[in-house]
Design a protein around this ligand. Structure first.
Ligand code: UD1
Ligand code: CA
Length: 425
């Protein structure tokens, strides 16, 4: 059956104490909402993001980065059930399924969502809620079951009795619905609860009154639904995400010398037998080939593509660049907006000067195959160094360099005999 997603992202996120909307906070240079949209993009035909607080900023982000997703405004924000009801007009004639997620739970995996929907289908469910077990369930909605263990309802912390508060099975906030059977519920939800909100969770009880098939799917790894409500949560989620990534890389044949001080974004691909040395920080989207040596202390800022057998050494920062095979940049360099051929050698301290702060523009540096750049050189972009050319140490390149030539800008060396001795009594 066709599947669409609704992602709830209109809430305020007060505890972040931020001018930035919560779902636009980042883990390794990718927004929380970006993770959720990426995790559903392969399983749904369309996504709706409910925006409200800081709506314009979130709308702009979605439009610029996820053209296939739509935003729907919820104003004022009267609760999670009210949020979903905002999409009803757009789904009036839709007879497929809907998966509902929150924009602040970036750790949920695509495989988990697939299994969740498979479960929903396998038991012919009309409403399936994802649940999980927390030793400390505080603040979550509790899953209340009948004596026969079937689902009864979900009770929010603020509405729960002492007995209900003791329940450790909680609502993960992810739902799968057979839309044509449930859509009516959204015009019938009531707000007579402790928070005066229209609760999405009330669709469970509503479904039962309609004799619908209502089920809970228990998620084993509760870390996947870890929600971000504060900066402390954000740091913790970043750590969990990183650990998961490093483990997957190691399982696929990448050496991580010290996982305790290596940071690699979820969107970085790395080939077999590449070695990542300690204190390396790779954020954004990158692709690294086989047999490379990266770090220690290397920094990739995204959109970096590195072919096989490349060495990027200590204190080398790389951004939005393509580096071909067998090329080395061993020490203390900045490579930005650049294209490096194969067998290029970048001497220590080489800088691609890509940014003109007066015109606020960025330009490209192109170094063709076999180019050798001497230490402490500056390549003032836009500039191309043609194949096999040599740039002498300490040179400032301001125009294109022809193939197999030597380019050098250097004041002549002057040696003054006995100069030091003049100062010695
Ligand atoms: C909700 C669930 C709770 C569950 C928990 C899991 C309800 C009533 N409760 O509680 O059972 O255990 O999530 O994390 O659904 N939002 C809107 N518009 C609104 C209100 C909220 O878009 O009017 C969005 C928020 O931005 C957030 C999500 O919905 O992404 C959840 O809202 P939040 O207020 O955090 O709900 P919880 O109290 O955590
Ligand atoms: Ca929440």
């Amino acid at each position: 059956m066709e599947l669409k997603s609704i992602i709830l992202a209109a809430g305020k996120g007060t505890r972040m104490k931020s001018e930035t909307p919560k779902v636009l906070h980042k883990i390794m240079d990718k927004t929380l909402l970006g993770y959720v949209l990426d995790n559903v993009k392969n399983i749904v035909t369309e996504s709706f993001v409910i925006v409200g607080h800081h709506a314009e900023e979130v709308e702009k982000f979605v439009k610029e980065n996820y053209a296939s997703a739509k935003t729907v405004l919820q104003s004022p924000q009267l609760g999670t059930g009210h949020a979903v009801s905002m999409v009803c007009p757009q789904l009036e004639n839709y007879a497929g399924q809907v998966i509902i997620l929150c924009g602040d739970t970036p750790l949920i995996k695509e495989e988990t969502l697939k299994k969740f929907v498979e479960y929903h289908n396998s038991v012919n469910s009309d409403i399936t809620v994802m649940s999980t077990i927390f030793e400390n369930p505080t603040n979550y909605g509790r899953i209340i079951r009948e004596k026969d263990n079937s689902l009864k309802c979900i009770v929010e912390e603020k509405d729960a009795t002492t007995e209900q508060k003791a329940v450790k099975e909680v609502n993960a906030g992810i739902y799968c619905l057979n839309w044509d059977k449930i859509k009516l519920a959204f015009s019938q939800l009531k707000s007579n609860n402790a928070q005066g909100e229209y609760y999405l969770t009330d669709i469970i009880e509503w479904g039962k009154t309609q004799n619908l098939n209502v089920n809970a799917y228990i998620l084993e790894d509760n870390a996947e639904i870890y929600g971000i409500n504060s900066r402390i949560n954000l740091a913790h989620a970043t750590k969990m995400m990183n650990e998961r990534k490093l483990q997957a890389l190691m399982e696929n044949g990448v050496t991580i010398v010290d996982p305790s001080c290596t940071w690699i974004s979820d969107d970085t691909e790395i080939g077999q037998d590449t070695i990542i040395y300690p204190s390396t920080y790779l954020e954004g989207k990158n692709k690294i080939g086989k047999n490379c040596k990266i770090g220690p202390f290397a920094h990739f800022r995204g959109s970096v593509e590195v072919a096989d057998n490349v060495k990027i050494g200590n204190f080398v920062e790389v951004k939005k660049s393509k580096i071909d095979s067998n090329t080395n940049a061993g020490h203390l360099s900045y490579i930005g907006d650049s294209e490096l051929g194969s067998h290029v050698n970048i001497g220590a301290g080489t800088i691609t000067a890509n940014f003109n702060p007066l015109t606020n523009t960025k330009s490209k540096t192109v170094l063709k195959d076999n180019v050798k750049i001497g230490s402490n050189s500056v390549l003032v972009a836009p500039v191309t160094v043609e194949e096999g050319a040599n740039v002498a140490a300490g040179t400032v390149i301001t125009k294109d360099v022809q193939p197999w030539t030597l380019a050098i800008t250097r004041a002549p060396l002057k040696v003054i005999e006995g100069w030091v001795k003049r100062f010695i009594k």
